[in-house]
Design a protein around this ligand. Structure first.
Ligand SMILES: [Zn+2]
Length: 264
């Protein structure tokens, strides 16, 4: 990863602006509202938020996380989404430089951030994301922006989506209730199509690993109840993000490279 230069900070700021937009997407898409109109308003008192109070990161800090008018608290989630979107944008430009891969992965990353918070709130992954994602991945293959062949993307999609589909079928037969939502399967098609077969297997493995660690830590430290419903989308996003940040521009992956040179 190259050293951080001044212009990289611009990518962080750009990312935080996108994060501000993602906050709107996260709130409105599952509620069937338009993401362009009306302009932002306070969730408590409905007052229109002036542009100078809508500056990513800074406004929330300056206003102390409160609405200027009604002084009701504004969730720190708004700040968190803006911050992590800025941070991951910075990490992505450091990983890929200004390449087509950067833009394709960045767009998918933004979708995954929105999906993570929507899935946490509503236990759904809206079809809008799946359609836009599939369209983007297909275009990326047509224009040869990816370091994998289209057929490898197809294998990846079938492997990732197919695995979750089978897990879901087996799980619902054993548990007699839905265990893996169909939204996860569809998102798996998008991620798999971008990563190809090898990296799809890695991303799936990492998602289950993160999910297992999360559950262990949650049960051990926070006495989390195992019966609570936990969406899988955020773990898919987590595993995929790790693969994004370790994918090399020429194809391949530094985790896989390390694994194969160390083990064999
Ligand atoms: Zn207010």
């Amino acid at each position: 990863m190259p050293a951080i230069e001044l212009y990289h900070i611009l990518f962080f700021l750009f990312g935080s602006i996108i994060g501000s937009f993602l906050n709107v997407v996260i709130w409105r898409i599952p509620r069937g509202e338009s993401i362009v109109a009306p302009p932002s308003h306070c969730p408590s008192c409905n007052t229109h938020i002036a542009p100078y109070d809508n500056i990513p990161l800074f406004s929330w800090l300056i206003l102390g996380g409160k609405c200027r008018h009604c002084k009701k608290g504004i969730s720190s989630r708004y700040f968190i989404v803006e911050f992590i979107t800025g941070l991951f944008t910075l990490l992505m430009i450091l990983t890929y430089g200004l390449t087509p891969l950067f833009f394709v992965h960045l767009f998918l990353l933004y979708m995954l951030i929105a999906i993570t918070f929507i899935d946490l709130d509503h236990y759904i992954i809206p079809n809008e994301f799946i359609l836009v994602g599939l369209g983007l991945i297909f275009s990326a293959h047509v224009f040869k922006w990816l370091p994998i062949t289209m057929i490898d993307g197809l294998y990846g999609a079938l492997a990732y989506g197919g695995f979750l589909f089978v897990i879901g079928k087996v799980g619902s037969t054993i548990l007699k209730k839905e265990s893996m939502g169909f939204g996860d399967v569809k998102l798996g098609l998008v991620i798999g199509g971008l990563l190809g077969l090898k990296l799809s297997v890695l991303a799936l493995f990492l998602s289950f690993l993160i999910s297992a660690l999360f559950t262990l830590v949650g049960v051990a430290l926070f006495k989390m109840e195992a019966k609570g419903k936990i969406p899988f989308g955020p773990f898919m996003a987590g595993g995929t993000l790790v693969v994004f940040l370790t994918r090399t521009v020429g194809g391949g992956n530094s985790i896989l490279n390390w694994y194969f040179t160390t083990m064999f």
